[in-house]
Write a protein that binds this ligand. Sequence first.
Ligand code: SF4
Length: 211
Amino acid sequence: MLKINEIFLSIQGEGLYMGRPTVFVRLTGCNLRCRWCDTEYAFEEGEDMTKENVLTRIENYGIKEVCITGGEPMLQDEVIGLMFRLIDRGYHIVLETNGSIGLEDVPAEENVSIAMDIKCPSSGMADRMLFSNIELLGPGDFLKFVIVDEEDYEYAMDILDTYQPECEAVFTPVGGADLKWLAEKIIEDGARDIRVLPQLHKIIWGIERSR
Ligand code: SF4
């Protein structure tokens, strides 16, 4: 059984796969409490569903792009089994995870992309990160940094310098839309390997929308 908060169709609003029509599967529960969290409703609410029921709901949309998110989806062991079944059926999966739980069991398949957060100081959760996950990430995966202020920015740059990830790095301003200062900062620093991206869904539907 999986505890599912919601399953819905939207546009991928974040990261490398931004803009793709995507079926979102949001799992209930999170082990972190980020100060700027916009999905607190997923901490407790949800219904128990079998993997087969989740697959049926996904298949009904007729779209081969799935984002598994939360909450923190890696808190539920059965999410791995769900991913293998999606792979068998030809889906591309983006797994959004908060960076605090080991990712060794995530299928190392070409059509699985890991979007891992690195929580910066403004989140209040920076000390909860499992940095050993970074070496598991490669092309097609990305690290996501939500940046609030100068301190977050410097912290994110230090992490990239220290770990030299093989995956991509995405910097997104908190709230998802006020990109100018962050873009100018990156240009000023000549930090060419970093993508500055908005949260597209907030531009389309407004700041209150979490997807
Ligand atoms: S990890 Fe994500 S869901 Fe959990 S508290 Fe932080 S922002 Fe919210």
